[in-house]
Design a protein around this ligand. Structure first.
Ligand code: HEM
Ligand code: HEM
Ligand code: SF4
Ligand code: SF4
Length: 432
């Protein structure tokens, strides 16, 4: 093995200080232990980038494994003579288990493979959810893929104009608010649409994210073209005894989330009743009883979040399906918009898959090159998308408020007499 070459990295080294876990410390201690030139070269190039205030990765990079059109993000140093161990520094996206539960045996095995064939550096996890293997060379890609699939039974995640790796909140595994088995659904969608994930067939990328309740712990509404957010349609379950325990100070509001500061004794009126966005709650001081007008409740989660031991979501559960979220490029950032206010979701989720496939059928044919679903909806109009493409009934829940401008399109068949008019007919009644 060649002699290890270390670089001077004074600016990078400053980041070893301070209380937060230092990525510099971690990388250097790993590099020393395993004598990894790629780690030393990466730190060297980073120092150079700090100095120049510029990246030193070349533009783009197209690499991968046979059979798939995505999953690996290729990249090359533009300082290869100085940092030869990172001449190539490709990133491999590995599909994470739903909600990222691991057994140490799996992580150990994965680390063994990666120590051997890669830089040893990881991102746990990428923003989309993948377990990210950071940095290897082209000739290691197929061997890593072989080991992942044959030794670990793990597959690559998505990249490119395809379905990206779906992700979900911890859901029923350890959250009492989950209205969905988020993991089962995430896994099912991932397996059902493996082809769409591995072989790009779309106009642009497409993401699924699943949260068990409107707290939306995977930020599905902001980060997924198709956002699935658990909710319920019956009544919030109230344990009046526990409500009284909150009022009496025996239970801590928000499960003690604010106990690092003195906010005074819990005041149910101030902290719950008056903060309910629809003003649908009532605390009867005499009766010592909480009332909720569930017809007016918009399931914002606030009261449940404040008094988790007293209030629970209903038992008739499902999800709201929203679509279109995206980052600013090109037409501006979007949050997903409500498409189906309530859908019951039980395996095999045929109702959801029908909606997904109708959406894809249309977007795949009509989406412009590199046009996200959210932009397509903007271009053709929400009404047309919901009614003509998905075949759903337009309902008030589809909008926050009705339009203010009067530029309303009518379909010809909705207008008596249609569009074919003869100006001569008009002139008979209205001479020029
Ligand atoms: C100086 C005089 C006038 C001014 C400043 C004026 C201004 C306007 C403006 C700003 C609009 C809105 C255009 C749009 O938003 O698309 C409009 C629409 C309209 N104007 Fe006038 N107008 C004038 C005279 C007239 C006259 C004399 C008539 C009829 C004989 C007329 C008939 C209309 C009609 C029917 C529309 C609606 C067209 C549509 O919505 O498609 N206007 N006018
Ligand atoms: C000779 C001068 C002008 C002509 C020929 C003219 C013509 C028109 C026409 C044909 C439209 C309808 C466009 C459409 O169908 O969407 C329109 C819309 C409009 N015009 Fe004018 N216009 C003139 C001057 C002005 C001025 C000076 C103003 C304001 C100071 C103005 C304000 C508007 C507005 C606000 C609209 C509606 C835009 C929209 O939201 O669609 N126009 N104009
Ligand atoms: S989104 Fe809701 S169900 Fe999921 S972990 Fe967060 S609070 Fe729990
Ligand atoms: S969930 Fe929100 S809207 Fe519904 S009763 Fe509680 S605070 Fe009010």
């Amino acid at each position: 093995m060649a002699e290890i070459k270390k670089h001077d990295t004074p600016m990078v080294d400053e980041l070893k200080g301070g209380p937060w876990p230092s990525f510099v410390d971690d990388i250097y201690s790993y590099a020393e232990k395993h004598q990894k030139q790629a780690c030393f070269d990466l730190m060297g190039q980073l120092e150079l980038s700090y100095k120049h205030k510029e990246t030193h990765w070349k533009h783009g990079g197209i690499v991968g494994v046979f059979g798939y059109g995505g999953g690996v993000i290729g990249r090359y140093s533009d300082q290869q003579e100085q940092f030869p161990a990172i001449w190539a520094f490709h990133t491999i996206r590995v599909n994470q288990p739903a909600s990222k539960w691991y057994h140490t045996s799996a992580l150990r095995k994965l680390c063994e493979i990666w120590d051997h064939r890669g830089s040893g550096m990881l991102n746990t996890h990428g923003s989309t959810g993948d377990l990210v293997l950071l940095g290897t060379v082209t000739e290691q890609l197929e061997p890593i893929f072989f080991d992942l699939t044959h030794q670990m039974n793990m597959d690559l995640g998505g990249s490119g104009s395809n379905l990206r790796t779906p992700s979900c909140c911890v859901g029923k595994a350890r959250c009492e608010w989950s209205c969905l088995d988020t993991q089962a659904l995430c896994y099912d969608l991932t397996m059902t649409y493996q082809d769409e994930l591995h072989r790009p067939a779309f106009p642009y990328k497409f993401k699924f994210k699943i949260s068990g309740c409107p707290n939306d712990c995977v930020a599905a509404i902001a980060r997924a073209d198709l956002s699935i957010i658990g909710t319920w349609i019956d009544d919030i379950r109230i344990d009046q005894e526990a409500v009284r325990a909150y009022v009496g100070g025996e239970l801590k509001p928000n499960a003690g989330a604010h106990s690092d500061r003195d906010w005074g004794p819990f005041d149910i009126k101030k902290e719950v009743i008056d903060l309910c966005p629809t003003q649908c709650m009532h605390w009867d001081e005499k009766e010592k009883k909480l009332y909720i007008n569930n017809k007016e409740c918009n399931r914002c989660m606030h009261c449940i979040n404040v008094m988790p031991e007293a209030l629970r979501p209903g038992t008739d559960t499902g999800a709201t399906i929203l679509m279109g979220a995206k980052a600013p490029i090109l037409e501006g950032a979007q949050l997903s918009t409500v498409i189906v206010p309530f859908m019951r979701l039980e395996p095999p989720y045929d109702n959801l898959k029908e909606l997904i496939e109708k959406t894809w059928d249309f977007w795949m044919e009509n989406g412009k090159n590199r046009e996200r679903l959210g932009e397509l909806i903007q271009r053709i109009g929400l009404n047309r998308f919901i009614v003509d493409i998905l075949g759903l009934k337009p309902i008030p829940q589809h909008v926050r408020e009705p339009r203010a401008n009067p530029y309303v399109f009518w379909k010809e068949e909705e207008v008596e007499g249609g569009w074919d008019r003869d100006v001569a007919e008009f002139r008979k009644r209205h001479p020029a």
